[in-house]
Design a protein. Structure first.
Length: 73
């Protein structure tokens, strides 16, 4: 899965433009086919959706790391 992000203080108009352009590209059949060839997963959505995904993934994998007692080297 490829995730596209921007620095935290990126102006909203730039985030909105990136979101619009990327979501638009993800509707292109050639782009979908290419991503499928690469075993990519398309999850188009809003910046808020992305934030929720990142929060959920952080919580999920944080629990795995704690349960496995994994430590940073």
């Amino acid at each position: 899965m490829v995730r596209v992000g921007a620095p935290q203080n990126t102006p909203a108009e730039i985030v909105d433009r990136l979101n619009k352009e990327i979501n638009g590209a993800l509707t292109d059949p050639r782009m979908k086919a290419r991503l499928a060839d690469l075993d990519g997963i398309v999850l188009a959505g809003s910046p808020a959706d992305f934030g929720k995904l990142i929060a959920a993934e952080t919580e999920k994998w944080g629990k795995v790391i704690q349960a496995a007692r994994i430590k940073a080297e």
